[in-house]
Design a protein around this ligand. Structure first.
Ligand code: PGA
Ligand code: ZN
Length: 428
């Protein structure tokens, strides 16, 4: 019945993310009685072109409260969407965008808009009696993503001396997702034992990866290669490595200054350095090797590295289809990180995936460093056949809940499930 899908009421509440910082949850009730909710995450190395995350300012929570954004869900968004059929996702998102009226979604707050947008999709799926991935992807969404598991944290996600933000393992040699997850976990645990044996810290960073002080990036890479071997797996065959350099904040005038080491390089030298690392170690993907404005530099990086490895735009594209189209024109990057909260609605998120796929770009669904127990990105990854997901170490519940959701989806799909494995690799 049509009224079963109509929004009866809608509210927002302030909750906590995995860093103890406030974030938003939206809860929706349909006329047919179905209730659903969704929570939004929050980044630390936030790109300057991201949609606006509305914060309260003032004293409470160091100014990071989201009571104003929560209030916007109650008024005016609830009145705008009352009676709206939640299956009309495009219309829900378009109406919120029109009401907001800004490029960056700064009036209502992209955090408020995304929470509502995702909660509506959950409600539509529940009222249809479908799992979210099936509701969004139909019979077409059957690809479990290759996990990019961030087992060694640096940059703004850790208090150690490592400048590169993320060192991830990608179990491309597995036959199915659950096997990939096991491989990643075994490497993660082997790395923990190695660090312990060498007297290095096994405390973890924001995304659950270890975060010891090391001599340099190469030592981190050597430790990871060793951990892969100790887990009985072949580096470059079973398990490859991906980096997120997250260099946007490094740029000062025309030099990239490593924030912790203090040394600096010109863009060409930095690319040479990444190229050297990619030749020496089984690295198959590098994210944000240059800063968020530099479409030209990214195009150069893609010509230099892109035949062999995946060059990923995160801060460069911010899940924004207009910025992605600029990149496609210029030949900047060959893959895009997809973070729903960078753009602020589900429809625009799905559009970014569609445009990327149409132009042969790789697509990676991604969490943020500040996360919640919400698992929506796992379902979106399968529904869109994105092929890859970046959702942290296989540790800490805000990370493992996404992996656990993918295990559940794999089980639901049964024989229909596809794991792309080495199929997502570029030349290497
Ligand atoms: P963030 O980091 O969530 O802190 O922005 C993730 C990333 O840069 O990919
Ligand atoms: Zn990134």
């Amino acid at each position: 019945m049509k009224q079963d899908f109509r929004i009866a009421s809608l509210y927002g509440m302030q909750i906590l993310d995995s860093r103890g910082t406030p974030t938003l949850r939206a809860c929706v009730t349909l006329e047919g009685g179905v209730e659903a909710w969704a929570s939004v995450p929050s980044g630390a190395s936030t790109g300057k072109f991201e949609a606006c995350e509305l914060r309260d300012g003032g004293e409470a929570y160091g100014g990071k409260g989201v009571l104003r954004a929560a209030g916007h869900i109650a008024d005016p968004i609830a009145a705008l969407l009352k009676g709206q059929d939640v299956r009309d996702q495009q219309e829900i998102d378009a109406r919120m965008r029109a009401m907001d009226g800004t490029e960056q979604k700064s009036n209502l707050g992209a955090n408020a808009m995304l929470a509502v947008s995702l909660a509506c999709a959950h409600a539509a799926a529940a009222a249809s009696g479908l799992a979210l991935y099936r509701y969004l992807g139909g019979v077409h969404g059957v690809t479990l993503p290759v996990p990019m598991m961030n087992i060694f944290n640096g940059g703004e996600h850790a208090g150690n001396n490592v400048d590169i933000q993320e060192f991830m393992v990608m179990p491309v040699g597995a036959a199915r997702f659950s096997e990939a997850l096991r491989m990643g976990v075994e490497v993660y645990h082997a790395l923990g034992r190695l660090l312990h044996a060498r007297g290095l810290s096994t405390a973890v960073g924001d995304e659950g990866g270890y975060a010891p002080n090391v001599d340099n990036e190469e030592q981190a890479l050597q430790l990871i290669v060793e951990a892969i071997e100790q887990a009985g797996l072949r580096p470059g065959q079973d398990v490859c490595i991906a980096l997120d350099a997250a260099t946007s904040d490094w740029l000062q005038q025309d030099r990239y200054v490593f924030p912790k080491k203090g040394s600096s390089m010109r863009a060409e030298e930095l690319l040479q350095y990444f190229s050297y690392l990619a030749d020496k170690y089984p690295i198959v993907s590098i994210e944000d090797p240059l800063a968020q404005d530099d479409f030209e530099g990214f195009a150069h990086a893609t010509r230099q590295l892109g035949d062999a490895i995946q060059v990923v735009g995160d801060d460069l594209f911010v899940t924004n289809t207009d910025r992605l189209r600029c990149g496609i024109q210029a030949g900047s990057a060959n893959a895009i990180l997809i973070k729903p909260n960078q753009i602020g609605t589900l429809s625009e998120t799905l559009e970014a995936v569609r445009v990327a796929v149409r132009h042969g770009y790789g697509t990676i669904l991604s969490h943020r460093s500040g996360e919640t127990e919400d698992t929506t990105i796992a379902d979106i990854a399968v529904a869109t056949n994105a092929g890859q997901i970046k959702t942290g170490a296989p540790a800490r519940s805000e990370r493992t809940c996404k992996y656990n959701r993918l295990l559940a989806i794999e089980r639901m799909l049964g024989d229909a499930a596809i794991y792309p494995g080495r199929g997502i690799l570029r030349g290497k």
